[in-house]
Design a binder for this molecule. Structure first.
Ligand SMILES: Nc1ncnc2c1ncn2[C@@H]1O[C@H](COP(=O)(O)OP(=O)(O)OP(=O)(O)O)[C@@H](O)[C@H]1O
Ligand SMILES: [Mg+2]
Length: 268
């Protein structure tokens, strides 16, 4: 596990302390549906925490609690010691989220997609903005795409643009929702390398929600698995290779059985 360190701003030489996250007894109900039940864990400053779990197990709902878009039914979420539902957390901690589908504006060029946040927040003048945008594109090897529109890009490029857009916000905490879904294995490996680079070079604290076992095994400092609304595994990638919990094992190593009754039903 990395030692608590400082987030180095990739655009200036300014360093700020890396931030941690504490999830304490978090439960979330939507009406009668219990999505999260008494989930507790922490994300250490500067670490990559990977959260896995079956579809519908509450991973995206968990992410939304950290950025303050959902309020806990019980328990609490603390970001750098501040309650995630408060203005103070949003004002004092620079957080960015990389959405699964990228959430890019199709009518704007890649350059303008990245510049949008900086212009809205008047972070710098146009020259300063250009410097920050081009630096983020360079980190993600995307310089050639600056004047292209999202529709001209491959899925993998769009994912990288989404990460670059998060990066210009100079985040201390970066949340990724399925960063490698729909990508070929080589592009998935590239995205994994970029996530690891942001930890190693800039000490960004990262929470990565994914179904990608290779990503978890290769870049995670620690891994959690959500199943049936509960955190059923919390450990290192090495421990994930030989899980003692049978449900976790069959989630990570599913068997394809063509004699399965589900398949038989299709044979009419
Ligand atoms: N705002 C909401 N209102 C009601 N139910 C919701 C809401 N948001 C999520 N849910 C429900 O919570 C459950 C968990 O959803 P969530 O999106 O967190 O799953 P997930 O683990 O991210 O799944 P996937 O891997 O498919 O992305 C689902 O049953 C979903 O329908
Ligand atoms: Mg999801």
């Amino acid at each position: 596990m990395p030692t608590p360190s400082h987030t180095r701003n990739p655009f200036t030489s300014v360093e700020t302390p890396a931030v941690g996250v504490e999830i304490q007894g978090l439960s979330k109900n939507f009406g009668r549906l219990e999505v999260l039940k008494d989930v507790s864990f922490s994300i250490e400053p500067g670490e990559i925490f990977v959260m896995m779990g079956p579809s519908g197990s509450g991973k995206s709902v968990l992410l939304k609690h950290i950025v303050g878009l959902e309020t806990p039914t019980a328990g609490r979420v603390m970001v750098n010691g501040l309650d995630a539902t408060t203005e103070a957390a949003r004002e004092q901690v620079r957080m960015a989220m990389v959405f699964q589908a990228g959430a890019l504006f199709n009518s704007l060029t890649v350059y303008d997609n990245l510049a949008l946040y900086l212009r809205e927040h008047q972070v710098a003048d146009e020259n300063g903005i250009k410097e920050k945008v081009m630096r983020a594109l360079q980190i993600l090897s995307l310089e050639q795409t600056a004047q292209k529109f999202p529709s001209d890009l491959s899925g993998g490029m769009k994912k990288r643009v989404a990460i670059a857009r998060a990066l210009v916000m100079e985040p201390q905490l970066l949340l990724y929702d399925e960063p490698t879904s729909e990508l070929d294995p080589v592009m998935s490996a590239t995205i994994s390398e970029i996530i690891a680079l942001l930890r190693d070079e800039y000490h960004v604290t990262s929470l990565v929600v994914t179904h990608d076992r290779d990503l978890a095994l290769n870049i995670a400092d620690r891994v959690g698995i959500l199943m049936d609304s509960r955190l059923v595994f919390l450990g290192t990638p090495a421990e994930l290779r030989h899980p003692s919990n049978e449900k976790v094992n069959s989630f990570l190593n599913p068997k394809i059985d063509l004699k399965n009754p589900r398949y038989k039903k299709l044979e009419t």
